[in-house]
Design a protein around this ligand. Structure first.
Ligand code: AMP
Length: 230
């Protein structure tokens, strides 16, 4: 990915975006990717691709994902390790939706240690639970470029046409409905939110108020990334 703003980081960063479904992790990860030339690694995207391709991992993950639960650490770690072996990750990565459990956080620390690396920063996108259900339930993306939209909060400027690539096909995730969103939020609080303390103890935690405007949040995130990656 080309670095659009010409900003380069002194060393390859390993950034984690923490936050419940709907907090804006995917949107913000894509913006950081463009701005800093980092690579977004979304285990949700990797799992959806595995489901779409009908691989054994995808077949095992499908029902769990549709119910809003967490896929087993074994499957997620296998998929992530495979992706982390790609040559492009040397530019630095933004982990979006991973780690989500204690086991995954420990496995990530061990994997990075093998390569003489560590987590640069874990950034917690702090949001209000009730608002998250509404955000998730109305969202959809451009089928061509992945730009995110929302029925209520962010419609394309021209109806039915993607602002970014001009595409006219859009898609919705099957787990982006109010009922599944509630289950995903519960899984977040039970299994993922405790990781905030893990990264606080490691001295790499950053918190951001992620209830506001997308560009303002991106600005605050960019400042953190620039500060921690020196
Ligand atoms: P996401 O796109 O991050 O919202 O993930 C969509 C779904 O994929 C989640 O609700 C989980 O079922 C599954 N998933 C994604 N990442 C993970 C992970 N790190 N651990 C377990 N399940 C995951």
């Amino acid at each position: 990915m080309e670095n659009m703003s010409g900003q380069t980081l002194a060393s390859p960063a390993v950034l984690i975006l923490l936050g419940p479904p709907g907090a804006g992790k995917g949107t913000q990860a894509r913006m950081l990717e463009e701005r800093f030339g980092l690579v977004q690694l979304s285990t949700g995207d990797l799992l959806r691709a595995a489901v779409g391709a009908g691989t054994p991992a995808g077949l095992a993950a499908k029902a769990v994902m549709e119910a809003g639960g967490l896929v087993s650490d074994e499957i997620v770690l296998a998929i992530l390790k495979d992706r982390m072996a790609g040559p492009d990750v040397a530019k630095g990565i933004i982990l979006d939706g991973f780690p989500r459990t204690d086991g995954q956080a420990g496995a990530l620390d061990a994997l990075l240690a093998e390569a003489g690396q560590r987590v640069t920063a874990a950034i917690s996108l702090e949001v209000d639970d009730a608002a998250m259900i509404a955000r998730v339930a109305g969202r959809y993306t451009c089928a061509g470029c992945g730009e995110g939209y929302h029925d209520e909060f962010k419609q394309p400027r021209a109806e039915g046409v993607c602002d970014k690539c001009g595409g006219t096909a859009f898609k919705r995730r099957s787990d982006d409905n109010a009922e599944t969103a509630r289950a995903r939020l519960e899984a977040y609080h039970a299994q993922t939110a405790p990781l905030i303390a893990h990264y606080e103890r490691a001295g790499v935690l950053e918190r951001i108020d992620a209830m506001g405007d997308i560009d303002a949040i991106a600005g605050a995130l960019g400042q953190i990334v620039a500060r921690v990656s020196v």
